[in-house]
Design a protein. Structure first.
Length: 189
């Protein structure tokens, strides 16, 4: 058992197989493709927002308390790995979310904020998520690459990059709260 649970790929593989078995065995009322897309959207959304909250609730507040000689363990190993899953979780969440809206015929109405009620809520949530994903890929990730020394940057650039990444990460945390409300409250098929 320890060998199995010690292998993340094996655990993920079995988890996905079990989820697929449930998808095929217990009908949800949605067509199979839409069901799969919604499941993947949720999976990647949990990955993305979970890592956002890890960074903001755990890593950022804890880093100043870590002795200098131990900080490279985070900055050279943990943070780059977490940022990989963070940015790809964001991209896949947005991709599958847009596919859901397109397949359910509310994408344009939601993106133009021309609907009422649930469609307006989902549209606001989609725009918040798009802003957040933009921040991940075009502000947070480039700043973190500099701050963590993953790309060449002078000391002044590195020093400015860390607060920039933190500020936009905190902005995403702020936006995630109303975004999650909109996504859950809209509950469109």
């Amino acid at each position: 058992m320890a060998k199995f649970f010690g292998n993340l790929h094996a655990v993920l593989g079995v988890g996905f197989v079990l989820a697929l078995a449930l998808i095929f065995a217990v009908p949800s009322g949605w067509d199979l493709e839409q069901q799969m897309i919604r499941w993947l959207h949720t999976f990647f959304g949990v990955l993305w927002i979970g890592l956002l909250y890890y960074f903001n609730f755990v890593q950022i507040p804890t880093m100043p308390k870590i002795p200098a000689e131990l900080k490279p363990g985070v900055s050279k190993h943990i943070a780059p790995s977490a940022l990989f899953f963070f940015r790809w979780g964001a991209a896949m969440t947005v991709l599958f979310g847009l596919l859901i809206a397109w397949r359910a015929n509310y994408l344009i109405e939601a993106l133009t904020l021309s609907g009422e009620g649930a469609k307006l809520l989902i549209g606001i949530g989609m725009w918040l998520a798009l802003i957040m994903a933009f921040n991940v890929w075009f502000v947070i990730w480039p700043a973190q690459q500099k701050a963590l020394g993953l790309v060449e940057a002078d000391d002044a650039t590195k020093a400015a990059a860390a607060p920039r990444a933190m500020m936009f990460s905190r902005l995403n945390t702020l936006l995630s709260i109303p975004m999650l409300y909109c996504m859950i409250s809209a509950n469109l098929a």
